[in-house]
Design a protein around this ligand. Sequence first.
Ligand code: ATP
Length: 421
Amino acid sequence: MLTKDQRRTILGSNRHLNRMPTGVIDAIAEQAEVLDFAKGAVIFNRKDSSVKCYILVSGHVSHPEVQAAEEQFSIARETTTQGQLFGWAAAVDGLPERIISARCDVPTRVLAFDGKWFQDLCRSHGEPGLRALQDLVRSYAGHERKIGGRHGWLSLRNVQKVYDPLGKATVAVDGCSIEIRPGEFCAIVGPSGCGKSTLLNAVAGFDTITDGEILLDGECINSTKIMPKPGPDRIVVFQHGALFPWATVLENMIRGPIVQGKMTKAQATKRARELLAQVGLSTIEDRYPAGMSSGMCRRVEIVRALMNDPRVILLDEPFRGLDALTKTVVHNALLDMYEMNRKTVLFITHDLEEAIYLADRVLVMTTRPGSIKQTIFVDLPRPRPTELLGKEEFLQLKDEAIAAVHEEAVKAFEAGEREMA
Ligand SMILES: Nc1ncnc2c1ncn2[C@@H]1O[C@H](COP(=O)(O)OP(=O)(O)OP(=O)(O)O)[C@@H](O)[C@H]1O
């Protein structure tokens, strides 16, 4: 069972509810029922006259009627993030017909409350409550982008990349499609050479693609028709540190936004200090990279990535080569940063344990030419304590990932043998 405090925390993680008067969250925490559904169960279907609202606690829910095109800015095809609200459509007066079904893809837990009661509750909190309810409806019903909602929707559609050095074509990636929702933490794993970095470089705008398209918040950022370019909306953190050795931590943090003309020195310094304080690094602002451990440097790089308020953070094996203990520290630093800022994260790694510990969803790639072979939904609640690494539910997901990657690694090895023969 969930305690009232736990319910409050989950409800408070919904940014719309969080903007309403605190009485709203308290009242829902009081009223809501905790419901558990098995894999495959239907929470409601579109013919239902149910007027319940649901908040996801854990699990994964699909809404099959939502079309890919609408998904871009409107109702989600999936409910995957803790605190996400669904099922509201039938409950809200005056909303255009948009009643969808909800089916559980994995065992799912929700907080359920009566929709009409919820509307009245918002009204009873007066004008601010009503306005917040209208915002909530508008944003979930298709105007999220127009009202300046959350950014960072990444769509890779049928992406292909053929490298052609000296005329010997290498098809690195083919038919690769991925949708990453704003604020989702998505990890990509796969055998060596399957095209992970190729995908990340294409999203970052460092390289072209030979077919398909990549969109960020609906805008095409890479296709055969446009020349991709990197931008401050996509920040990359690489395996090999990229701090300026001649600059202090603070100078490293503020340099980018100042050079790009995005902030004055005073603004950048203020922002940098806020971010360093958020992750407990205030005391090291005058240190130089050479005087810091590699783990500490990596933590600074992660917070530096937030300076420009990017839409997406791209991490290419950022922790490769760190020892196990340091990895634990940087993982927790990354999770803290993610909890506080909820940016869309695309994380590439060989380390399956790391992928599951950090991500909401782990995508396993096939051997080259790479495409998505399997999706592993990591329905483990956040925040994630280190003890989770030994828990049965964690180990099961890890086994699933190991089996999927191993199969592909064997194929890659056999293909390599054939190429050598
Ligand atoms: N610039 C390039 N020119 C030619 N081939 C390339 C180039 N970059 C990558 N490749 C090839 O494309 C394939 C995918 O490479 P990529 O680096 O994306 O794989 P990866 O999954 O990130 O590998 P790893 O896990 O080993 O880092 C590999 O066969 C690689 O040799």
